[in-house]
Design a protein around this ligand. Sequence first.
Ligand code: ZN
Length: 150
Amino acid sequence: MTQTVDKRTVPEAFRYPPQPVPDADTKPFWEAAAKDELTVCRCQSCGLWMQPPLERCRACDGTTAFERVAGTGVIYTFIVQRQAAVAGYLDKTPYVVALVDLDEQTGLRLPGRVVGIAPEEVSCGMRVEARFTELAGGDFRVPVFSPAAS
Ligand SMILES: [Zn+2]
C-alpha cells in the first residue's frame, strides 16, 4: 500500500533530504558532481575501480584518484520505497533506489534513485544511464539513473 503525504503538511524540518558532507575521501566526487560529471575512485597503478572510495588500492596499495565514468550500467538490485520515511522524500513515495553495476568493471556498483519510469516497470538487468539533478535544500547535485535511451 502506498502511503501518501500531502506536501503542504510536511514539516519544514523534513522538507529537504540530508545533505552530503564531503570529506577528504569524497570531496573530488562532489566537485565533479557540481559539473554534472560522474566520477569513481580508481587506482592509479593497476586501474582497479573502487566504490566506496579508498585512499590506497585494496589490490596493489597504489594511490587513487577520481576518474570519470560513462554513467551507464545495469540495475543489479533495487528497492521500492513505499513508506514516507526519509526527509525530503516524504511526499515522493513510491520511488526506487537501485544499486547499478557500472559498465567500467564487474561489481563496481553505485547506489542511486531511479527516475523517469514507474516503479513497477523497473527490473534487475535493466540498462540505465546516469544524469544529475539538484538535491533540494542545498547546493549539491546528485546522480540519478533513468532507463538508457537505447
Ligand atoms: Zn591497484
